[in-house]
Design a protein around this ligand. Sequence first.
Ligand SMILES: [Zn+2]
Length: 259
Amino acid sequence: LKKLIFSSLFTLSLFASTVDRHTPHWGYLGDISDEYDIILPKDWGEVAKLCGEGKSQSPIDIKTSETKPAGDKSVLKFFKYKTSVDGKVINNGHTIKISPEFLNSYDNSYITVDGKFYQLLQFHMHTHSESTIDGKRFDLVAHLVHKSYDGELAVVGIFFEEGEENFDIKKYWDFMPKKRGEKNDLEDLDISHILPTDTSGYYSFMGSLTTPPCTEGVKWFILKDTLQLSKAQIGQLRAIFPHNYRDLQETNGRDIWER
Ligand SMILES: [Zn+2]
């Protein structure tokens, strides 16, 4: 009997892996997989309807001649970005994601938008950048994802340009898992350094998640001040993710506020 159970379990798992093989899966140009067929960004509508049919999608090109002065709208403020926190650096197959371990707390690392609180959940990297400014695409962008108590998302985009070696992100980079699904522990993170010196100038607009399910109603902020990292550091990320950015989406007359 033991033998029989073993052999049927074996057959079952063999069958499961056969079914999994070539199951379509969303990804990017340049992704290589033996395990599934990759659906490229232009076809993500097959994965989630909104990615194809949404009218308020991200990323977009920000045309600086068409922005409007923010006035007293879209006021973004950063609070208590932590200088010492534990967390994880994760390769989820689409990006490198850093998740600090202080969920469900407004004691640290949050933003306010027009006075409303949004807690930092995680930040992750795209190369090249997703949004562009007057058609200019940056070498890399960090997306800082924040969530309010009622489930609204606010994402802050910070551009990186090739230049000096960045010792603050070196810590994440040194522990960056090369394989999909792997994660490493990080101790004593200083996430305040993911912010550039000047956080007062930015563009803001309504948009979406830039990966399936492409959910809309996301508040976007793209900071004007940038950070640097070295060519070797850009290369380290691109060795794992050669091209993990989504194509530009139509603005469809959306307002872009500038401060
Ligand atoms: Zn992102």
